[in-house]
Structures are given as structure tokens and as C-alpha cells.
Design a protein around this ligand. Structure first.
Ligand code: NAI
Ligand code: MG
Length: 335
């Protein structure tokens, strides 16, 4: 089994080795191929996502990605490597689950998955500044093709996980040509899955309910931008960014990556929480390699470790565990 491992920047250098340690504990003959990407790679090599990294990722078909730092001002020649990698590997779905974990910051009863379309919407990169220098324009694209495949993914996930409801989230009242198309096509697809309930919410109303009553949600299927925002909101109910996993999935390809970024404020201190990336790795094991028992084992070991009150510094003041000790604790439960 081949895995392309990209640490990226910041705490990527700390949490990625933790997840590899856990994976090797359950899959001892895992064939790990390291590759480079990110801001530091851009500085040293002139490209944030070198061709050899793309080649390794495509060859392995499975990627474990840490996080990359991106400047919030335009830099000539730089674009986010993870956005490019998702596109190059055609991982058209981004699964972002939020499930209750036994930590003081999590909300009991929450168990939802945001299924985010990963290839289009406002993120196609068609953005420009007008000649006056004071007007920026970006194109939002929604297609039948991408909407059909993401909605099928959402309903198939509902089937596999024996879930009851898929909620279509959109803003079709204001954007009838784009989000209206998403809504219409998603409903068409829903007719293939009559035993699963389908409903819809406008994205602003969905945001309200995500804050007020997150247990209302089961599976959410939505275009790229809304999925990005709503899944970060949902992550707060799961206990915080250090615990929120994600999996980019395509046909026979997958990229596991935590929801969080490179956390420059704590990078290099050995205190980052590796839970998010370990749970992302478990999703890769489950959905891409189809090794359900091993995925359950990893998730159970994380759950038990947290139940014991073993936390990293983001979850408690004082007496917290380092990234390495917390990871060793999880591995001891897998031995
Ligand atoms: P961030 O997620 O890196 O950090 C937000 C806050 O959460 C910080 O206080 C950080 O210390 C904390 N945090 C995040 N992950 C943690 C973990 N595993 N354990 C403990 N604490 C954790 O988001 P921020 O600060 O907005 O962005 C920092 C950099 O990361 C930026 O350059 C941004 O562009 C990049 N970024 C990259 C992403 C990716 O590669 N997918 C996603 C989000 C941001
Ligand atoms: Mg985000």
C-alpha cells in the first residue's frame, strides 16, 4: 500500500509524522513516499507544488497532507498547493465529519458530515481586477456534471453510514442560474435514493441552525464555498480545529488533510494536537483503502485516549501532553 506524505509548513512537520506513526502501527508494511509542497518549498524551489510532488501523489493515489501557509496578499507565481493538488488529483468531494469527542469543548449528540463540492463554484480561480484598479470580479461556476457526482457521493455515504437525511444547502433564491441549478440537480439525484429523506436550507438559514441546533444535521451537500465555511463552523462543535478531520475523495484517489492550517503561532513547539490528522488518516483507511476494521481501531484508540483525559495544550491549561506523548498514548492502545 503506497502513501505520499506531504508535511507542508508549520505544524505540518509535527502532526504528519504523528499520523504516519499511527498508520505504521496498524499497517506495518505501509510504503511511505515523502514529497514537498507549501510556502517554504515555494521560497526554496520557486514552486509551491513541484512537478515531482504531483507525480508522486498521482502514483501513490493516496496522500496524507499536513498544512500549508499562504500569504493573504497576492504573491507573483504563488497559489495554494492544496487547492491545486485537489484539482490535479480530481478529488471532487471533500468529506468533513463532525462527531462528538470526549473533550470539554465538544457538544454531545453532534454527528454530521458536510459533503463539500471540491472543484468549482467561486474557487475555479477565475478572478481579476478591472482596469480602474478598484473593482475585483470572480466567476462562480456550477455544472450539472459536478453537482450530480457530489450528490451521488453524499447519498452513497448516507447509505453506507445508515444515515437518514441529506440536506441540500444553497442560495438559489438569489443565484437562480448557479445555486438554482445545484438545487434542481441535487433533487433529481435524490430520487434515486427514495429511502433517504431529502430536505433543503438556504445557506444563511443553515448557518443559523448550525450554531443554534447542530444535532439537526445529518449529511449536508453543498457547493464549495458554503461547504468551506459551514464545515469550519461545525468543527467548533466537535471540540475545535485541532480535532477536525477531512478527506478529499475522487474515483480511486484520496487526500487526507486536517481542516486546520499551519498554525504558525504554535509551530515548532511540539504541542500541536495530532487528533485532526490522525482521524483524517483513519478516513483514508476507511473510504479509500476500504479497511473498515483498521479505521475503527484507530478511531477507538483516539476516543479512548481522550476519554482518559489525555489532552494536548489546545484542550487544557497545564499538565497537557506533547504531540509525541499523546501519539505514543494512542499507539499503545493499538499495540
Ligand atoms: P490555523 O488553523 O492554522 O490556526 C487557527 C488557530 O487554531 C491557531 O490559534 C492555532 O494555533 C490553532 N490550531 C490549529 N490547528 C491546531 C492543532 N492541530 N493543535 C492545536 N492548535 C491548533 O488557521 P490560521 O491561523 O487562520 O492560518 C494559519 C496559516 O495556515 C495561514 O497561512 C493559512 O493560509 C494557512 N491555512 C492552511 C490551510 C490548509 O493548508 N489546508 C487551511 C487553513 C489555513
Ligand atoms: Mg477552510
Amino acid at each position: 500500500m503506497k502513501l505520499c506524505v506531504i508535511e507542508g509548513d508549520g505544524i505540518g512537520h509535527e502532526v504528519v509524522p504523528a499520523a504516519v506513526q499511527v498508520l505504521k502501527q496498524v499497517i506495518p508494511d505501509l510504503d511511505v513516499h515523502s514529497a514537498e509542497a507549501g510556502w517554504d518549498t515555494f521560497q526554496s524551489k520557486g514552486s509551491a507544488l513541484p512537478d515531482e510532488t504531483i507525480a508522486t501523489a498521482k502514483d501513490c493515489k493516496a496522500v496524507l497532507f499536513g498544512a500549508c501557509s499562504s500569504p493573504s496578499y497576492p504573491v507573483e507565481g504563488y497559489s495554494s498547493p492544496i487547492v491545486s493538488l485537489r484539482r490535479k488529483m480530481e478529488t471532487y468531494a471533500n468529506l468533513r465529519p463532525t462527531r462528538y469527542l470526549p473533550v470539554p469543548t465538544a457538544r454531545e449528540g453532534v454527528d454530521l458530515v458536510v459533503v463539500r463540492e471540491n472543484t468549482e463554484d467561486l474557487y475555479i480561480g477565475d478572478e481579476h481586477t478591472e482596469a480602474d484598479g478598484d473593482t475585483g470580479t470572480a466567476t462562480k461556476r456550477i455544472t450539472r456534471y459536478a453537482t450530480e457526482r457530489i450528490t451521488h457521493m453524499a447519498f452513497k455515504l448516507a447509505q453506507v453510514e445508515q444515515r437518514e437525511r441529506v440536506t441540500i444547502v444553497h442560495k438559489g433564491n438569489v443565484l437562480p442560474q448557479t445555486d438554482g441549478l445545484f438545487r434542481r440537480v441535487a433533487y433529481e439525484v435524490s430520487h434515486h435514493y427514495k429511502h433517504i429523506e431529502t430536505d433543503e436550507l438556504l445557506v444563511d438559514t443553515a448557518a443559523y441552525w448550525m450554531v443554534k441546533e447542530p444535532t439537526r444535521f445529518d449529511i449536508v451537500v453543498t457547493p464549495n464555498l458554503y461547504g468551506d465555511i459551514l464545515s469550519d463552523m461545525a468543527a467548533a462543535w466537535g471540540g475545535g480545529l485541532g480535532l477536525a478531520p477531512a478527506l478529499n475523495l475522487g474515483d480511486e484517489v484520496a487526500i487526507a488533510e486536517p481542516v486546520h492550517g499551519s498554525a504558525p503561532d504554535i509551530a515548532g513547539k511540539g504541542i500541536a494536537n495530532p487528533t485532526a490528522i490522525i482521524l483524517s488518516a483513519a478516513m483514508l483507511v476507511r473510504h479509500h483503502w476500504k479497511m473498515t476494521d483498521l479505521a475503527n481501531q484507530i478511531e477507538d484508540a483516539v476516543y479512548t485516549t481522550l476519554s482518559d483525559g489525555d489532552y494536548t495544550a489546545d484542550l487544557m491549561d497545564g499538565n497537557s501532553m506533547s504531540t509525541q506523548r499523546f501519539t505514543d498514548e494512542i499507539c499503545s492502545k493499538l499495540a
